[in-house]
Design a protein around this ligand. Structure first.
Ligand code: BGC
Length: 755
């Protein structure tokens, strides 16, 4: 029976949650339900729902886990018979065409033969693993991100999945929170663009294609603002922060057609998101007119008891269905309690009808009533999973995700004269770690390590040495002497340090986000040899590594890059690819600066610079600025910004502003720059951040080449929520900034919005 790697899911697989199925041959004999093509979808839904008993309807609202547990699973030896009776609408954690086919056959034994929906956390790839989502976000390459989501969907759909629990679109400004690895970072604009790209990638041309799965925007809402970065913690935030910062990527996902939403574990201002009508009914299904369905997070309906919001599962079921949670993931609150709640008149049957209709609509749109097995095709599964193109694309996305943080004296790219290269550090030969958290189905032996990547690249021209030096964690420096000796024999040293892959992810918050164990000490020892040292930092979150930042000549931040990690890193190290990644999150200098983000408010006593502390909003012992700012990332070449021109300095409401400037590649290497446009609304009826990203463009330039870059700002980009929370613009002055990072503004001008 297939199992998921236990350590990555963090929860052991209890025997009682596993399903024992009849053989596949038996499964394939089961007849398909009759297809109908002449009726409209709504007619088919009406007819089906009219035939359903209350219990059958409620059955569709239940989602059970299958072959693995990604949360605390309920012991249940009776799942199969519940599936056969139509008491389960969806399964998660069942993988592969054969397994899903066999289970689907069980569902088709039910009276109305309603097919199951199969869902899985395909977060950054199914078999071909792409960089973790935060890493991919560092590419600022929307086409690449969309393509990676599409390949993940194609593979998952070929392996029996109908639905991925992605994208996670939670804005996160606290790197202690382990789930920052799953999102797109701190910024609502970048986050919204990426949310859209991922939804479009997963869902393909339209639902129903065998290369598409349903997307699920999660976790609705504000989960990323868990107090003190501790996972599952409460969230307390203003309406303004909710609407300005945390909701925009969800709105973008809904507008892009996300078929489903997942609610979240956190409470929001005292009300658990799962039982929150304001979020689910008023905003999502009301104001945004979302037509898909909402699944709870794992067990989150039942967890309203621990929150202190419901006294038992029955009350939790009442709160959740009333608030608009359509499907119960594994809390077992709906099945046992909703029938009685309806009969007692506490839950109107219309609410059940609405929820079941939303779920069945998606089953129809996926084409499951016409062919419940269309996604469970072993031949297609084999072909798609063997497609070499996917690996090539994964390599390209991986190199696009790497961020060059430092490159003193142009240590990088590695000199062709380097005849002996030492790879040093606990991640130098690792394969598995590059898969990051939420790896679904990758055989870790197929992952390319850094050492192998360099071997592939330099094997014929240079000698490669390796020393581990120390573990990722632990206190031992026993390997230091060997590592130093190895470094001394080399022309250049490439160090591979960072977290373990399960140090970020769900329930992986860390209070001390330094390089773990003895790794920074190892870097010191190697830098002290005087050899040129390039440090590669692999992690699922921004880490703090001040000594390294001050003393190592070159630093690449590689996140977890997936299947092609080593090849991608080697491409960058030798200069076959010029790095262009930009940080999607601010990197703090100190834990005391967290939460830290660029779009901060001015305050009444802004500090003019990192030394200006006298009665200023500042720290005595630490600059305000981050170690590395949002949007920051170097290249092997340099870019010059010049000639900023605005179409007008007096912009009329309803008009658009055209902004243009010249971008020139001043260096020797061809390369890409992400030019970023920030605005500040100088005076408002509500104070505005000192900078807000409003647009960006990623541009490729040959050495010496110049291009004119043009941005068009419509009124929406100048708008904000006024004191009555109305989305509007106000006349007055705007500062416009163009730069290479939030901390590196190259061009600046002003304009006035006039009535
Ligand atoms: C996570 C979700 C995930 C679900 C199913 C939960 O614990 O918060 O993001 O989709 O499990 O695995």
């Amino acid at each position: 029976m297939p199992k998921f790697p236990r350590f990555i899911l963090g929860v052991s697989v209890a025997a009682s949650v596993l399903l024992v199925l009849p053989s596949i041959a038996q499964a394939q004999k089961t007849k398909k339900p009759a297809a109908s093509t002449t009726k409209t979808l709504d007619q088919r839904l009406d007819e089906l729902i009219a035939q359903m008993t209350l219990e059958e309807k409620i059955g569709q609202l239940n989602q059970y886990t299958g072959d693995a547990a990604t949360g605390p699973a309920v012991t249940d030896n009776n799942k199969l018979s519940q599936i056969q009776k139509g008491q389960v609408g969806s399964m998660l954690n069942v993988k592969g065409a054969a397994r899903t086919r066999a289970l689907q056959a069980e569902a088709l034994k039910s009276r109305l033969k309603i097919p199951l929906l199969f869902g899985l956390d395909v977060i950054h790839g199914y078999q071909t693993t792409f960089p973790i989502p935060l890493g991919e976000a560092a590419s600022w390459d929307l086409a690449a991100i969309r393509q990676s989501a599409h390949i993940a969907a194609r593979e998952a759909a070929a392996a029996g999945q109908h639905w991925t629990f992605a994208p996670m679109v939670d804005i996160a400004r606290d790197p202690r929170w382990g789930r920052v690895m799953e999102g797109a970072g701190e910024d609502p604009y970048l986050g919204s663009q990426i949310a859209k790209a991922r939804v479009l990638g997963f869902q393909g041309e339209q639902l129903g294609g065998t290369d598409a799965v349903m997307a699920c925007a999660k976790h609705f809402a504000a989960y990323g603002a868990a107090i003190a970065g501790r996972d599952y913690n409460a969230v307390d935030m203003s309406e303004r922060a909710l609407w300005e910062v945390y909701l925009p990527p969800f709105k973008a996902a809904a507008d892009a057609g996300a078929a489903t939403f997942m609610n979240s574990f956190n409470e929001l201002n005292g009300i658990p998101a799962t039982g929150n009508s304001y979020l689910q009914r008023d905003i999502l299904k009301g104001q945004w007119n979302f037509q898909g369905f909402v699944v709870s997070d794992w067990g989150s309906i039942g967890e309203m008891i621990a929150h202190g919001y419901a006294k038992d599962n029955k009350e939790a079921a009442l709160e959740a269905i009333t608030a608009g949670s359509d499907m119960d993931m594994e809390s077992r609150s709906y099945g046992p309690n909703l029938p009685a709640l309806v009969r007692e008149g506490k839950v109107p049957e219309a609410l059940i009808n609405d929820a079941v209709r939303r779920i069945l609509r998606k089953k129809f749109e996926l084409g499951l009533f016409d062919d419940p097995y269309r996604f469970s095709n072993e031949k297609r599964e084999k072909q798609v999973l063997a497609d070499p193109q996917s690996r090539a694309i994964a390599r390209d996305v991986a190199r696009k995700s790497i961020v060059l943080l430092k490159n003193d004296n142009n240590v990088l790219p590695l000199s062709k004269q380097a005849k002996t290269v030492a790879v040093i550090g606990p991640l130098g030969q690792s394969k598995t770690q590059h898969l990051g958290f939420w790896n679904v189905s990758t055989d870790s032996t197929q992952v390319v390590s850094l050492y192998e990547g360099l071997q592939n690249k330099l094997g014929k021209t240079a000698k490669l040495l390796y020393a581990k030096g120390c573990g990722i964690t632990g206190d031992s420096q026993a390997g230091f002497a060997d590592a130093v000796k190895t470094a001394q024999q080399a022309d250049v040293v490439v160090m591979a340090v960072g977290e373990a892959r399960d140090m970020s992810g769900e329930a992986k918050s860390r209070a001390e986000i330094y390089l773990p164990g003895q790794q920074e000490e190892l870097i010191k020892a190697i830098v002290q040899t005087g050899k040129p040292v390039v440090v590669l930092i692999m992690a699922g979150r921004p880490l703090i590594f001040n000594w390294t930042a001050d003393h190592a000549p070159a630093i690449l931040y590689t996140w977890w890059l997936g299947s092609e990690a080593g090849n991608a890193m080697a491409d960058v190290l030798v200069g076959d690819y010029n790095p262009a990644g930009k940080l999607p999150m601010s990197f703090p200098r100190s834990l005391g600066q967290i939460p830290i983000f660029y779009a901060a408010k001015s305050t009444g006593r802004p500090s003019a610079n990192d030394k200006d502390t006298n009665y200023r909003s500042a720290y005595l012992d630490m600059p305000n600025s981050p170690r590395y700012a949002f949007g920051y990332g170097l290249s092997y070449t340099t870019f010059d910004y010049s000639g900023l021109t605005l179409s007008t300095k007096q912009l009329k409401k309803a008009d658009k502003l055209t902004v243009s400037f010249t971008l020139t590649n001043k260096g020797k290497y061809a390369g890409e720059e992400v030019a970023q446009l920030y605005l500040r609304d100088v005076v408002g009826s509500v104070t505005r951040p000192v900078k807000e990203l409003k647009d960006f463009q990623k541009v490729m330039l040959k050495p010496g080449e110049s291009k004119t870059i043009t941005f068009t700002l419509d009124q929406d980009k100048l708008a904000f929520y006024n004191p009555s929370m109305k989305w509007t613009t106000e006349p007055g002055e705007f500062r416009l900034m163009i730069g290479s990072a939030a901390s590196d503004i190259r061009l600046e001008d002003k304009f006035e919005l006039v009535d």
